[in-house]
Design a protein around this ligand. Sequence first.
Ligand code: FE
Length: 139
Amino acid sequence: MIFKKFGNKYILRIDRGEEIVATLKTFCTDQHITLGSVTAIGATNRTTIGLFNTETKQYQSTELTGDFEITSLAGNISTMNGKVYLHLHATLSDAAYRAYGGHLNAAFISGTCELIIDVIDGACDREFSDTAGLNLLKF
Ligand code: FE
């Protein structure tokens, strides 16, 4: 991964073999980024996406392998218990141009990934909600 900073924005190039979520979490920790938004496009050959079942309050997930375009990755950066917390969703397309999407757990880069972080000067923590079964933003 290499990056350049422009004002309150960063542009990152994540390379073949690197995993987006872990790379981004380490990057945000190192750069002391506690709040912001993330967008990206790229190509992956192994991705794990999930869906939160609101009845059981559990995530289900599946792994997609083979060539996929990351047609859209969107998400946010916040904190929970003093650590960087990423919430990312992604839509991927396959060789037949079919789209798959969900909560993004991991994506290994096959071609490249071009990611932009827009930093917000502040911090927003999360706390677990029994009602939702999710780590919700706390204000
Ligand atoms: Fe989600």
